[in-house]
Design a protein around this ligand. Structure first.
Ligand SMILES: NC(=O)c1ccc[n+]([C@@H]2O[C@H](COP(=O)([O-])OP(=O)(O)OC[C@H]3O[C@@H](n4cnc5c(N)ncnc54)[C@H](O)[C@@H]3O)[C@@H](O)[C@H]2O)c1
Length: 363
């Protein structure tokens, strides 16, 4: 269970998290492996942050994984070179040929541009890459006869929600081209389900965070817009991390978000794809913990875990930032038996471990 009280940080964390990951994976393998035949899965955006973590977990669980990524925002070092195919989503026929050649059973589709702020400056890039790119992928899937997809959607489809925690029944109300691009793909998937029997699960993530517990894969977005890596940059550079708004109607005045560990997120994808293999229907699900933390709480947690003072400055609210975004993950839990295994302390600890390893590698 996630707790609001953060225990003091005690090493050696690498061994602790590796052991925990091994135990979680073993339990999952024991409970599910007997029913799952080894399937062949294509992961788009598999060189990116969430995609590469999911590729790692899929491989651990025995899946045959092929990665497509154009490396526009991801990293070669995140993927085993034997798996990686440097292809752009726009290359419909090349994708169709690969789907056939690798006898792909299902696709997990992460590839997209992801920065809300950037989408407010260059919406055309977001509609082209995220929407037209996804349409190209879906067309390739039809050409190759692949009829199952798990799609990376986002809490941004809800915009400024009226009710917290947010249920999947909340209306679409995106406030950025990024959020709108995800709504458009979800809607396309609805039509492809109805007309082509192409089954899909859209997973609407809340704040993906944390790193692979072994410290190999973590957040490396450029430009970085996510709070936890920005906190670590503030530690490294001494340049304060910015808090946008301390006058929200929350306990400490700062925004509250639902932080979900990248491995819990990755596991949700595996459960979703397995549901499609079992003949499950199309649907959309929130992926969050159901527990929110304020910006200041995350900063305090990072101070405890790193033992460093985090410099921050305060600026006015940003337009379009809702005070609170917390998922109601009931549907995901009841449909797929999903549960989160990592709390905020684990998230910050694994991210810090990754950061330290990255720093060492640079020396
Ligand atoms: N990170 C989050 O907190 C978060 C929250 C909600 C939803 N999501 C969604 O999750 C997915 C993955 O996010 P991430 O944080 O791993 O991002 P990321 O930028 O690390 O990974 C995206 C990957 O897609 C690749 N890519 C982009 N356009 C491509 C194209 N046209 N052809 C081939 N490859 C392409 C990039 O090179 C990159 O490797 C995205 O769809 C994003 O919208 C992320």
């Amino acid at each position: 269970m996630t707790s609001n009280r953060l225990l003091p940080w005690t090493p050696p964390y690498v061994a602790y998290f590796t052991l925990r990951l091994a135990r979680i994976t073993l339990k999952r393998l024991q409970s599910r492996w007997a029913n799952v035949s080894k399937a062949s899965i294509l992961v788009t955006g598999g060189a990116g942050y969430i995609g590469s973590n999911t590729v790692q977990l899929l491989s651990l669980q025995g899946y045959d994984v092929t990665v497509v990524d154009n490396l526009s925002r991801g990293y070669r070092h995140n993927v085993d070179p034997d798996r990686l195919h440097e292809i752009d989503l726009a290359e419909t026929q090349t994708l169709a040929d690969l789907l056939k050649k690798r006898a792909i059973d299902a696709v997990i589709h992460f590839a997209a541009y992801i920065a809300v702020g950037e989408s407010m400056k260059v919406p055309e890039a977001y509609f082209s890459n995220n929407v037209v790119g996804s349409l190209s992928l879906l067309t390739a899937m039809l050409l190759a006869g692949v009829k199952k997809i798990v799609f990376s959607s986002t809490a941004a489809v809800y915009g400024m929600p009226l009710q917290i925690p947010i249920k999947e029944s909340a209306p679409y109300a995106p406030v950025s081209p990024y959020g709108e691009s995800k709504v458009m793909v979800e809607k396309m998937l609805g039509w492809f389900d109805q007309i082509h029997a192409l089954r899909s699960v859209s997973l609407r993530y809340f704040n993906a965070s944390g790193a692979d517990p072994a410290g190999h894969i973590g957040e490396e977005h450029e430009p970085e817009t996510h709070l936890i890596p920005l906190i670590f940059r503030a530690i490294e550079t001494g340049i304060p991390v910015t808090i946008f708004g301390t006058d929200y109607e929350t306990a400490d005045g700062t925004c509250i978000r639902d932080y979900i560990h990248v491995n819990d997120l990755a596991q949700a994808h595996i459960l979703a794809v397995e549901s499609l293999f079992a003949g499950g229907a199309s649907g959309a699900y929130n992926v969050g913990t159901g527990v929110g933390y304020s910006v200041l709480e995350v900063i305090r947690a990072a101070e405890q875990i790193t033992g460093k003072k985090i410099p921050f400055d305060i600026r006015p609210r940003r337009e379009g930032d809702p005070p609170t975004l917390v998922a109601d993950p009931t549907l995901l839990r009841s449909t797929f038996g999903w549960t989160s295994h990592y709390d905020l302390r684990d998230i910050v600890s694994t991210a810090w471990n990754f950061e330290l390893k990255r720093k060492l590698a640079r020396v």
